[in-house]
Ligand binder design. Structure first.
Ligand SMILES: [Zn+2]
Length: 241
């Protein structure tokens, strides 16, 4: 009996190591990251795609570690390279409750909307929302080549989250920063704006209309228009949904 003990342990360990889901770890893949692309509602493969699978919380022992900081640096580098104004961890294949927002005033995609200062949100929850909603034309790094979609978001939100050291942060966002926050929060709730938008326009068609003022960047939304974060539960963490 005894002579089987070590091989059995080795076998069990390797079985465990093989079955560990890489998307739930902080590990950086050797081949680097790629932006995960969306899958339309009626197509197969969503059950394998991190954009549609629940992300887990960052745990106490993972804050303030090199692994977490390196992962966040990688997310930020991809966001900047792609000229995005936000990125969620599941967009690079990691099912983790992390997203970043930042819009520099010279971002060519969103120049006129002003600056949104750099902020990392970990284990976020939305604690309060405005009654009023605003429409915004969304695009996404995970929707390459797709049309922009007009959906409603709350005019302002209040949040609670943790930062990279694990400290609790609370705040309120409005304007463009509230839009980006809700766009990224949608990613962690599963799915993208393409699952919700009823009004879609090709970028080439939309951009001149926005530039000429024919269409506004923000417009007041009525309650009947689709809400990007439909199903949001105030005060709850994403894993409690
Ligand atoms: Zn997105």
């Amino acid at each position: 009996m005894k002579k089987y003990t070590i091989p059995t342990i080795v076998l069990l360990f390797s079985l465990f190591a093989c079955t560990e889901d890489e998307s739930l770890t902080l590990n950086i893949p050797e081949s680097g990251f790629e932006v995960v692309q969306h899958i339309p509602k009626d197509e197969v493969g969503r059950d394998q795609n991190p954009l549609y699978l629940t992300p887990r919380k960052i745990r106490d022992g993972e804050f303030n570690t090199e692994a977490l900081n390196t992962l966040i640096d990688s997310m930020y580098a991809i966001m900047q390279q792609k000229e995005g104004v936000g990125i969620a961890a599941n967009q690079i294949g990691k099912r983790l409750q992390i997203f970043i927002i930042e819009a520099e005033s010279d971002n060519p995609r969103y120049k006129v909307l002003g600056e949104v200062h750099h902020q990392v949100f970990i284990n976020p929850r939305i604690t309060k929302v405005s009654e009023n909603r605003k429409n915004f034309w969304h695009g996404c790094l995970s929707a390459e080549g797709e049309k922009r979609g007009n959906v409603a978001t709350f005019e302002w939100i209040e949040y609670e989250c943790q930062d990279q050291t694990g400290a609790i942060q609370k705040g309120r966002l409005d304007g463009f920063s509230a839009v980006i926050f809700q766009h990224e929060y949608r990613h962690l709730m599963n799915g993208t704006y393409l699952d919700h938008a009823q009004h879609l326009l090709a970028k080439e068609e939309l951009d001149p209309k926005l530039a000429s003022g024919e269409l506004p960047f923000f417009e007041a939304a009525s309650d009947t228009l689709p809400l990007l974060i439909e199903g949001v539960q105030l005060g709850k963490g994403l894993e409690e949904y």
